[in-house]
Ligand binder design. Structure first.
Ligand code: HEC
Length: 185
């Protein structure tokens, strides 16, 4: 019950309930997408996923991103944020320019319909580490590029190790002004 209330509160506070499409989901945590021919793509936490077909415990999904000359899929052409890494023989669907789509099957336990839910622990860690000297800056007020620059100094101030740094910068960039874009229909 407590959990349910929390989720309702999150949806209400985002004020996006009317925009949430049933087929729009988000990676609840890092997870694995398997293509029809058995190749693997690793998807990162928070990435928007479009559900094409619900298959009980699994779902057929599409992920949009940008690919250049390596096996990373980025959230934008600016290559600031890697949203997936693919097997070198994973067949992506090419769209305009460098835009691609990844199609495959995923366990539904990796998905949530609530975009803020995957970030609850990151957010706690952010408030813990980044409010010792000043109030927590609004994450969405900065672009991914700004966060890269600011974080370079602040990770030292907060004495973060390599693992903590990559955990936190993923949260900051994903939720930046130009971070993970919601799935459009
Ligand atoms: C040890 C104290 C300290 C800690 C811990 C700290 N900061 Fe700061 N932060 C500062 C100071 C001092 C400034 C202002 C001077 C500057 O910009 O370098 C600042 C400025 C900022 C700014 C504004 C920069 C700008 O140009 O607008 C942001 C954003 C920020 N910090 C984010 C963070 C984040 C994220 C963390 C956690 C990883 C963090 N800070 C941890 C001391 C700290």
């Amino acid at each position: 019950m407590k959990n349910l209330l929390k989720k309702v509160a999150i949806i209400a506070s985002l004020g996006i309930i009317s925009l949430v499409n049933a087929s729009e989901s988000f990676m609840f945590q890092d997870g694995v997408l398997t293509s029809n021919d058995g190749k693997i793509a690793k998807l990162f936490v928070g990435v928007p996923v479009s559900v094409k077909k619900d298959m009980d415990k699994k779902a057929e999904v599409t992920i949009k991103g940008f690919r250049f000359d390596d096996n990373n899929i980025y959230s934008s052409e600016g290559k600031e944020l890697i949203i997936a890494t693919i097997d070198s023989d994973f067949k992506v669907t090419k769209k305009a320019n460098n835009e691609v789509e990844l199609n495959g099957i995923i366990d539904k336990e990796f998905l949530t319909a609530i975009s803020a839910e995957p970030w609850e622990e990151h957010e706690e860690f952010y408030f813990e580490m980044c409010t010792q000297c000043h109030a927590a800056p609004k994450v969405g007020h900065h672009s991914m590029m700004e966060w890269s620059a600011i974080f370079d100094t602040m990770k030292g101030f907060a004495k973060l190790d390599v693992e903590e740094s990559s955990y936190l910068i993923r949260y900051l960039k994903s939720n930046a002004k130009d971070g993970l874009i919601k799935v459009e229909h």
